[in-house]
Design a protein around this ligand. Structure first.
Ligand SMILES: NC(=O)c1ccc[n+]([C@@H]2O[C@H](COP(=O)([O-])OP(=O)(O)OC[C@H]3O[C@@H](n4cnc5c(N)ncnc54)[C@H](O)[C@@H]3O)[C@@H](O)[C@H]2O)c1
Ligand SMILES: CC(C)[C@H](C(=O)O)[C@@H](O)C(=O)O
Ligand SMILES: [Mg+2]
Length: 359
């Protein structure tokens, strides 16, 4: 089983190294064996090869059984004109591999209720998934660009969806809801946007094939409030690329920290990409401060969805919960009475827990 490891920039390599450690612990003592090969992406690749997604990286990723991704980009490279930086390595990879369904599970670990800045009563029992469309929307719509008109700088992007693009991610949402609590909330801005009106029409059409799943529609601005006010009312949220990006970062706080949120980007056929929802966190990079649990939980999703190793995935998740139950915390989820660990030590603790659980 081949895993392409694309660690990227900032804390990407730090947290990915801990996920690799956890995978090695799964392999130990006659466990399943993984062939893990690293390749550059993001600023690291741009500085070395003049391209944030070198052809060799794209090819290796496409041929792998699964991709473990860290984080890409820095504040400096973010602002370089797209043509000067070769676009965004991660966005290009998602598009090339047609990874349209991005699952971002938001689970409030009972062990972490005291670490959240939100009240225990507000987040207890939260278990939802943000399913974000990942290969279309304003991220990829054309025309896009910048220019000067009447002496004024101006810039434009295009929000665009086809019915096929909406239908396939909606189906993925209904299928996911069927395996959960059978509630699907489609999130749009249909009071303003044509793309959202199409989104809602297609949601209603696809719903006819899933009479056992309850469909409701909510506006994205209201959902950003309801997610904080009544998060237990959500099971599966299906939404477009830009709305999903924003809502999932907000929802991360229901778990205690963005450092707890994993994700799986899938297309139902080929290779899947697994990455923490957070970015390269330049403010804490290189300081052994980053929480590696989002990356480790992403490796668990990789085992489950791409390699079909359910028992091993569940074991990795159990090891994470055990370490939390034993009171170990990184700084972002620290609480009174807990033991503070750095990135490496947290990775070691999870790897040890995996080995112990395997017996
Ligand atoms: N998937 C990706 O590759 C990805 C995702 C988001 C942002 N980015 C890029 O990362 C850079 C930084 O972006 P940003 O600051 O908006 O978002 P960020 O997620 O990198 O950081 C936001 C805040 O959360 C904290 N944080 C993030 N991950 C953490 C972790 N594992 N443990 C503890 N704290 C953590 C950071 O320290 C920071 O204070 C930018 O260049 C951005 O474009 C990349
Ligand atoms: C780094 C950036 C392009 C990316 C996105 O906007 O998709 C990130 O914020 C994410 O959530 O994966
Ligand atoms: Mg984001």
């Amino acid at each position: 089983m081949k895993i392409a490891v694309l660690a990227g920039d900032g804390i990407g390599p730090e947290v990915t190294a801990q996920a690799v450690k956890a995978l090695r612990a799964i392999s130990a003592n006659n466990g399943p064996q993984f062939e893990m090969a690293e390749a550059p992406i993001g600023d690291a690749a741009f500085n070395q090869h003049g391209d944030p997604l070198p052809p060799s990286t794209a090819e290796m990723a496409a041929k792998a059984d699964a991709i473990l991704f860290g984080a890409a980009g820095t504040y400096e490279s973010d602002l370089r004109p797209a043509e000067q930086r070769g676009g965004h390595g991660l966005l290009r990879l998602r598009k090339q591999l047609d990874l349209y369904a991005n699952f971002r599970p938001v689970f409030a670990f009972p062990e972490l209720l005291g670490a959240s800045s939100l009240k225990r009563e507000a987040i207890e029992g939260v278990d939802l998934v943000v399913l974000r469309e990942l290969t279309s929307d304003i991220y990829f719509g054309t025309p896009r660009g910048r220019g000067v008109e009447n002496g004024q700088r101006h810039a434009w992007n295009t929000m665009r969806y086809t019915e096929a693009e909406v239908a396939r991610v909606m189906r993925a949402g209904f299928e996911a809801a069927r395996k959960r609590r059978r509630q699907l909330c489609s999130v749009d801005k249909a009071n303003v946007l044509e793309t959202s009106q199409l989104w809602r029409e297609v949601a209603i059409e696809v719903a006819r094939d899933y009479p056992d799943v309850e469909l409701r529609h909510e506006y994205v601005d209201a959902v950003s409030m309801h997610l904080i006010r009544r998060p237990r009312d959500f099971d599966v949220i299906v939404t477009g690329n830009i709305f999903g990006d924003i809502l999932s970062d907000a929802a991360a706080m229901l778990t205690g920290s963005i450092g707890m949120l994993p994700s799986a980007s899938l297309n139902g056929e080929g290779v899947g990409l697994f990455e923490p929802v957070h970015g390269s966190a330049p403010d804490i990079a290189g300081k052994d401060l980053a929480n590696p649990l989002a990356s480790i939980l992403s490796a668990a999703l990789l085992l489950r969805h791409s390699l079909k190793l359910e028992a091993e995935a569940a074991l990795m998740e159990k090891a994470v919960r055990q370490v939390l139950a034993e009171g170990y915390r990184t700084g972002d989820i620290m609480e009174e009475g807990a033991t503070r660990l750095g990135t490496e030590a947290m990775g070691d603790a999870v790897a040890q827990a995996i080995l112990k659980l395997k017996g």
